[in-house]
Ligand binder design. Sequence first.
Ligand code: SAM
Ligand code: SF4
Length: 319
Amino acid sequence: MGERWGPDRSIRDVWTGAMLSNLRSTLAEHQFPGACGRCLHDIEAGVAPLAAVYDREPGIIAWPTSLELELSNLCNFECVMCNGDLSSKIRRNREHRPPLEVPYDDSFVEQLVELIPTLQQVRFSGGEPLLHPILYKVCDRIIELRPDLRIDVSTNGSILNEKVRRLIERATIQINISFESLRADRYEAIRVGSDHQRLLENIETFRELVRPNGGLVTINTNPMRETWSEMADMVRFCDERDLHLSFNTVIQPAELSLRTLSGAELEAIHGLLAAEDLGAAASPAARWNHVQYDNFVGQVAAWAVEAGGQLVAVRRGPA
Ligand SMILES: C[S@@+](CC[C@H](N)C(=O)[O-])C[C@H]1O[C@@H](n2cnc3c(N)ncnc32)[C@H](O)[C@@H]1O
Ligand code: SF4
């Protein structure tokens, strides 16, 4: 976006360039330009904004402390809610667009080296990052320079080959696995190219593999029109396995999103979600999961009100 990395523009050039300087000073004045307006909207609606994840950040220093890398759209799935900028298969098969040009090469990896010492967080997403050769190159440099740094990977959970195993053996990895349905037919219809049984097996294998190095497996889920009714079961699934669960907010495609439903529909969904009894939260992971669920239910309530619904407060069961 904006000032892109390339042969003529290094990471340092982008970081110190006009676009990011302007963005920083605008945000410091409590203005939210462009896409940042979404966080402002959430704050005003009383919903935790995406930016809240950075509230845990320590003081701001001159060089990045957090690195989120989406270096390729190469992906083996064609999920119905995703698009061709994030999945090479969707781009080719659904959108019939030419392949996305991926500029990141070994010189990018070498430029990253000067960022690694001050990093407190590094996260890979995609595409399917475990398919990207560059992920393993960057991880090699991190393991060499900062063996203490945890590496977070957002994955569809389908890639568990020797390369992945070797990486997990050598580093502390947090594997964030995305899925949104416990029903095989529904899951495989949403995540085109997937295998539900394989996913469940891989979740267990990933947990065993990351444990010796203090790594973690967490789950990311997508509440949509087709899946909202399973969200309490997703919490129960994660509670039982001591997995932390996070909810993505699906806005696009609009026809899959909850946000674009009518006030009456959202009101009804909110009532059912709020009436779910998740039982007592018996572990830190479960406590986290129940808070995330409540935030999700709060988001649905905010959308219902926005769409003109008349919310009737429904009490949840005891936490
Ligand atoms: C684009 S994926 C890339 C990583 C990996 N392929 C995966 O599926 O986890 C990153 C995250 O975005 C989520 N996601 C996909 N489509 C989305 C949408 N339309 N709105 C919000 N999140 C979405 C995925 O479920 C995943 O948790
Ligand atoms: S696996 Fe991830 S990147 Fe691939 S299509 Fe699905 S959501 Fe998109």
